[in-house]
Ligand binder design. Structure first.
Ligand SMILES: [Zn+2]
Length: 182
């Protein structure tokens, strides 16, 4: 189900490296450390608060959701889902994003989202600004053409504060937040 994401390099919890006491976290080669609850909000270095994500995924997540509080992340996610998730734009631009990812991974000197590719995205889709094209690329990189349920699962497992989760009431795309039951 998550082949594209695995190929693109989000590392799941089961691949956590063992840590020795008193030794700081270090991400496996090729990955970066994502604090699910941000440090400035009191998030710590415990395993449950850390995800290892590729630099490209991290860049894409930050581009779309910046440093927003959870409510705003939910709001934005809903907005992007309506714009990109259900439209044809994703399918049309997907190959461009895969090519971008591949060339970026071959050589870090290649920009992840370069102007030429963003122009191609604009030509292919009904998106008409470079900043929106960039967001579509980031969306594809993070969520490809997954269902909303699958997207929320990834957010809940990888990106969000481990104490909360996003959910939708059946048949609506309205994203709500609840505390995780432990
Ligand atoms: Zn992060």
């Amino acid at each position: 189900m998550f082949d594209f994401l695995k190929n693109g390099g989000i590392l799941w919890k089961d691949k956590h490296q063992p840590r020795r006491k008193g030794v700081g976290i270090s991400a496996p080669t090729g990955y970066t450390i994502h604090h699910r609850k941000r440090r400035e909000d009191g998030g710590d270095d415990s395993d449950r608060n850390i995800s290892f994500v590729s630099a490209e995924h991290h860049q894409a997540w930050n581009l779309l959701f910046d440093r927003y509080p959870n409510e705003k992340v939910a709001f934005k996610l809903e907005k992007y889902w309506k714009k990109f998730g259900e439209g044809k734009a994703v399918l049309m631009a997907r190959q461009i994003v895969l090519n971008l990812l591949e060339s970026h991974q071959k050589s870090r000197r290649n920009k992840l989202f370069n102007s030429k590719s963003l122009r191609q995205v604009i030509n292919l889709t009904n998106i008409n600004s470079k900043s929106e094209a960039k967001k579509l690329c980031a969306w594809i990189l993070l969520f490809d053409n997954l269902s909303l349920d699958e997207i929320l699962e990834i957010c809940n497992k990888v990106w969000l504060d481990p104490d909360i989760e996003f959910f939708t009431k059946s048949k609506t795309a309205k994203i709500s937040i609840r505390k995780k039951k432990n």
